[in-house]
Design a binder for this molecule. Sequence first.
Ligand code: C2E
Ligand code: CA
Ligand code: CA
Length: 710
Amino acid sequence: MRQDNFEVEDREIYAALMESIDDYIYIGDLTSNKYLISQNMLDDFELPDRMVDDLVSAWGELIHEKDKVRFFKSIQDMLDGRTDSHNEEYQIRNRQGQYIWVHCRGRLYRDQESGRPRSFVGIVKKPTSIGKIDQVTGLHTHEKYVEAIEGMAAAGVMSKAGMILLGIDDFSRINTLKTHHFGDIVLRYVAQDLMKMLPPGTMLYRFDGDQFAILLPVGSRSTLFRIYEKIQNFTIEPHFAEGQEYSFTISAGAVCFSEIGLIEEDVEKCAAIALKEAKAMGKNRCVFFAPEMLDYKVREQKILQELAGSVRESFRGFHLAYQPITDATNLTVIGAEALLRFHSDTYGALGPDEFIPLLENTGWIFPVGRWVLSQAIKTCVRWREKIDDFTINVNVSCLQFKDDSFASVVEEELKRYGLPPRYLTLEMTETYFVTNKENLAATISYLHELGCKIAMDDFGTGYSSLGRLTEFNIDVVKIDRLFVQSLNANHYNYSFVEAVIRLCHRAGMKVCIEGVETALQQQNVSALHADSLQGFYVSRPVPPEDFQQNFIEHPDCMFAKAAPKNIPSQYLRMSGDKDLLLSMMDAVPLALNLWNQKYQNVECNQAAVKLFELQEEAEYLDRFFELSPEFQPDGLPSMQKARDKIKEAFEQGKSVFYWMHCRLDGEPIPCEVVLTRLSYKNEYVVAGYTKDLREHDLQAEKEFLDLADL
Ligand code: C2E
Ligand code: CA
Ligand code: CA
């Protein structure tokens, strides 16, 4: 290129451009059909060289089947002279085998005299530089979905279409129990896999969180259902990411647009209602939207009316129920959680899950929330006359917490009744802590200065991970009842809860376990060293009069129902009588053996002998070291790992891990081992409980392996 005082080589311009732009660049000479592409384009896509013969064909090969026709048509339009520009978005396979969205804009230049195509130059924008593309999955976002729906409506082709809204079931488990990063990888893989399953012409979008939407131009019930079945079958297969196996199911809400013709509700809302129904019915299923599902709206309207009346008339119909919070081990009542109830004139007693969202949507949560605080504080003051350290827990909606005046409202209410702030704990759900970290810090520190305590509610259901638990300046973590219910049956949950408690204690936080319903659960919770518990085992939430009578007058009333103190402790003290000890060991159905301080295996029970199909105890003790392979599945030499674990148990009281044994005939036996330190004849020994996992499902075993690294 040359002008007065300006001279730059065209080749230098190309070179500079090609190196300095993030997007991919191609420049083609159409007389020879040779293209020069930027280095990053070669790096990222399966192309032969920087110089490519017939780039259009090579590139077209990589484009997703469903977009190919559209791509080639737009090229043909140019070659046929119908247009000189190319402007298309499509998905294309990168070198990792993933389909990513790109936006390709090119321009065709013609020979001025002959009009024949001479060169073709363009830029392919990467997903990072296109709005409306989800960064995690590379899929189009909700915004793009809205455009597509509007486009369909404008073209008058809505009535035949169909939509499936997909939600990964319990996705928060993957996010919480693994990591956020792992959760993102799973979303990306699911997105890629879904894409491969969809018929041409179908569009896939990522909505919020764990939701994806599929839009079909023609979507009869049978087509939609077949697609869901395909997806469901795919979820059954084993899935791996970063060397870890994970499992999940997917629920779906499907809508045939033809069936909702006369409803004013938009499609997305209908799909969301159907998805909610699918989850409520037990997940891992597809539910089709039916207009009757909107009947809830009538109920909602009526309740809204009643709530409005109640807020006007000094909170008529609202009352608080109180559920005891007790010491986890001896079950003495140490406080209560105030739980809001509403009595509807039309529908009777309503639970907070139904009306709190309505209060939040209307803003009535502010006056009602203040009323709750006020009632709860007043009651606490009264009960503290009997129980000195009695604390009251009050749930706070995230809207209240976000409100600038919240801290001063709390301060005023405390002053009004003269409750020392340390007897008030404000509960906020975990999700809010994670999504509003910055805004929270100031309010939390103000409330702390005041002297109140903060609890993170429903821990384990939101999106935080173990590592992030200690980031927040909180006093109590309440572990959601989801976990307690399977503590006994699921290693994964047991180890998770154990890890949370350990972490919290190390950071000076207390742990409360929610949803304790049985004696066995209470024993477990106590053995895990949780500080407090709450649940139907002690009591359901009850009216204040009942609470007063049952618990304030008799704070020790549950004492007799508490697990005996000496059962679960790590520091189990055993009788010094060896015969008694051995007969006790034989009564245990698990394989059990004892180690001394010199790492010698000194006793075992009958179950251990049987596990390895040996003849007698002596053989077990003699040949014990032949009962493990040389290396464990994690690559560590068995002898070294065994010593490390025994040492850990001697030092810390307990060690839980996965162990691969093998019988003398070589048959592998995957086991779970729990080592516990015991005091025996005035010295310490370590007891090893070995559980044969062969009958347990492989998934549980894998999860346990993952957790062993926590
Ligand atoms: P939450 O804060 O997790 O409260 C505990 C819920 O678990 C209560 O449900 C309680 O009845 C139930 N629960 C307690 N022990 C057990 C048990 O052993 N097993 C089972 N299955 N459930 C148990 P509830 O009263 O229906 O409250 C539901 C949610 O509504 C509460 O969950 C809380 O998030 C919210 N909520 C309640 N009162 C208020 C309030 O005053 N303000 C705000 N913002 N939210 C509230
Ligand atoms: Ca709560
Ligand atoms: Ca809770």
